[in-house]
Ligand binder design. Sequence first.
Ligand code: OAD
Length: 241
Amino acid sequence: MGTRRKISIVVLTGAGVSADSGLATFRGAGGLWEGQRVEDVATPAAWIRDPARVWRFYQLRRARLLEVRPNAAHEALVRLERAASDAGGGFTLVTQNVDGLHQAAGSRVLAMHGDLRHLRCTRCESVLLDLERLDPADFATCAACGHRPLRPDVVWFGEVPRHLDEIGRALGRCTHFVSVGTSGVVYPAAGLLAAARARGAETWVNSLDEPWNLDPADRFLPGRAVDVLPRAVQAWIEEWL
Ligand code: OAD
């Protein structure tokens, strides 16, 4: 046995990884937040004030999920996970995305911001996978307790992201950190890159534009994730594993 340290990879993805599957990102021209205030559709207060508006916003996004498929970037991350596992290394994929595309590609994923494919009852906390009730004008009712309306099972601004303990443990072991397709403005996800760097991990960042949290110590790989990741993953497998 050599003295080589154990490789432990953490990947964080954002909306950019799904852009080439046909899903809009949030910020910038044509983004989901263009002409839409976060406070009006993505907060608990908005749900109380105007549930019909919030429901409509998410139902339109939920319906889009039936039309999209994982792309070459999602698939490349599956290869990285398998190669890490075969080599006895660690691999954790964290996503801010709620589109289920990493899962559809075959990745195990920690979905920090929840899952748009699921609806949740705020009374009995039942969660159900549902991409059938997609009417933007008709609320869904809980089959278990009859409560209405069910809410999308996503994390809104002001709510606590999921899996923070497991993400913290993965960062504590992290030797290689990769950020893909995220603008680095929404915390706590945006802080993971700096936390990995502070821990001594080597860091790579793929995005179209330089994200807000980019540091000179990070290796920036500009371009579309579908172009950049398949080649980068191949190189990482050869170099790290
Ligand atoms: P953003 O829309 O803020 O950022 C998307 C990033 O992806 C930008 O840095 C783009 O340059 C990059 N990008 C676009 N197309 C790309 C492509 N084909 N390949 C690679 N990169 C590409 O999306 P997020 O950072 O994911 O939270 O947004 C973070 C959170 O803000 C979301 O999870 C959501 C949102 O408000 C909640 O709703 C709680």
